[in-house]
Design a protein around this ligand. Structure first.
Ligand code: ASP
Ligand code: MG
Length: 492
């Protein structure tokens, strides 16, 4: 650490247990493309150019693909509808899958033979989709296993098409189904990889290809159980796939290609002057991941990379010449700053008792603990929880799709003396800072107060490194703008 610089970066270690490295591994770059990179033929063309430029500089490149925008959603809708006997959604999804990929292929795959072969493979996948949705509709049965098999098709389509376009543009490339690489448990929807087995498979399968100068084009988000049953790693799981591959082969860098210039000081839609943060430590990125409810980055993506010290870059497909944000073990101290993270689409559920407490019904910590435990067992992530013994209230912030179920759990758990309320649209605005020290919460509160912005609840870290506010959705934009300018993020 530079002693002349008073700023201390939080660089506490975040690690997980991962297999030891094989000496024979070579270094390489992992490039993961999010849905936006495949939005249409023009975007795909840009993406191919980015891959080719990287490949020209550094021949060992692995590409990890997401599905096209909206495709995973359409597939999941189709699968869920089929489970309730509805086949119409499946029909819509099949058409969408076919049309969107065909349009890109018709523009970019000019070699007739390649195109013919591609269409044949896509048609086989569509038939499989058809068989699966029909089976589910006939049984009228919700099958987590069936849903994963269907949801994984989006990535397969994308990887197939990208591999063909790369080949056609003169680069040796081959589509690789991650079901061959990532071995997971059978927790469908959010399967957990067995790292030892997965790392062995990844090295065995990908290293020979790289040595032969071939770019593997891997499906993100998917894996398979030891018995070969397809699983998915959870929404946004493509980043995790890239991190796993990066850790398995000890990559030089893992780059997540998105549509923003890295991690910014605020949401650029709210603050046009928001600036990218050039460098972050793994610990700072982990804080942002958690505070954003994994919108920016998922903690599990960081773990294997932090453990191995592999840098993670977040770059923009629209401006590939920009460096984006680099997450490393020891960022440059002078690059320290902070960011405002706003997460919308949340709901607040609260229980409160208006009557004066009697001895028998006094608020107990056990009561609050039972409710939060029930939420966690139901797979509902609580982004913020707050309880007051004095007011006899418990309040939680969850994502909007979880709101109704959370309210039901509250109503079942709290007796009739409690009033359960639901605010369906709130937001969380969090500030993390490496420069304000322990004054951060007070400064932030003062800025909001001066602008007469009310917050519903707040939470802060003991050491003052971050503070979060729950706000009504309509005050988010002004709150973020005021905090961004008053706390000096605009000038860092
Ligand atoms: N396509 C998947 C999703 O939409 C995975 C990903 O994009 O990383 O969640
Ligand atoms: Mg993502």
């Amino acid at each position: 650490m530079d002693q002349s610089n008073p700023i201390s970066r939080r660089t506490r270690a975040i690690t997980c247990v991962i297999p030891a490295l094989d000496e024979s591994v070579v270094t390489m770059r992992i490039m993961k493309f999010g849905a936006i990179a495949f939005a249409d033929a023009l975007r795909v063309r840009d993406t191919i150019r980015i891959i080719k430029e990287q490949h020209a500089k550094d021949p060992s490149v692995v590409v990890v693909c997401s599905a096209l925008p909206g495709i995973t959603d359409a597939l999941l809708r189709a699968a869920r509808a089929a489970a309730h006997g509805g086949e119409q959604e499946a029909d819509i999804a099949r058409r969408e899958l076919w049309n969107r990929h065909r349009q890109i292929a018709e523009k970019l795959v000019t070699d007739e033979w390649e195109r013919e072969m591609l269409f044949q493979r896509l048609a086989e996948q569509l038939k499989q989709l058809d068989r699966m949705t029909r089976a589910m509709a006939t049984l009228g049965e919700y099958s987590a296993r069936g849903i994963d098999a269907i949801a994984s098709l989006g990535e397969r389509f994308a990887a197939l098409i990208i591999a063909v376009i790369l080949r056609q543009s003169g680069v040796a490339a081959q589509m690789i189904d991650a079901t061959e690489l990532i071995v997971t448990d059978a927790h469908f929807g959010v399967a957990r990889p067995y790292l030892d087995e997965s790392f062995t498979k990844i090295s065995e399968r990908l290293l020979p290809m790289l040595q032969a100068g071939i770019i593997p084009v891997v499906t993100g988000y998917t894996g398979a159980t030891r018995n070969g049953v397809v699983t998915t790693l959870g929404r946004g799981g493509g980043d995790y796939t890239a991190a796993l591959i990066g850790a398995a082969v000890n990559a030089t860098e893992v780059c997540l290609w998105t549509d923003v210039d890295g991690i910014l000081t605020a949401d650029p839609k709210i603050v046009p002057a928001a600036k990218p943060l050039p460098e972050l430590s793994y610990a700072e990125a982990a804080e942002m991941a958690t505070l954003s409810g994994s919108e920016i980055l998922h903690l599990r993506t960081l773990m294997p990379l932090a453990t191995r010290g592999i840098p993670l870059r977040i770059a923009n497909v629209h401006s590939p010449e920009q460096p984006g944000t680099l997450v490393t073990a020891l960022p440059t101290p002078t690059h320290a700053s902070g960011a405002i993270i706003s997460t919308r689409g949340l709901a607040l559920i609260a229980a409160s008792s208006s009557s004066l407490p009697t001895y028998e019904d006094a608020w107990t910590a056990e009561l609050a603990a039972t409710v939060t435990a029930r939420l966690s067992h139901a797979g509902i992530e609580t982004l913020l929880a707050h309880q007051s013994e004095l007011d006899r209230t418990l309040m939680v912030i969850v994502r909007q799709p979880d709101a109704t179920y959370t309210k039901e759990i509250f109503e079942q758990s709290f007796g009739k003396d409690y009033n359960v309320t639901l605010h369906p649209t709130v937001a969380l605005v969090s500030i993390i800072s490496a420069v304000h020290g322990t004054l951060l919460p007070s400064l932030a509160m003062y800025a909001l107060g001066r602008a007469q912005i009310n917050h519903i609840a707040s939470s802060r870290s003991l050491h003052g490194a971050y503070v979060s506010f729950v706000l009504p959705d309509e005050s988010v934009a002004s709150a973020v703008q005021i905090l961004h300018s008053d706390l000096g993020f605009a000038s860092t």
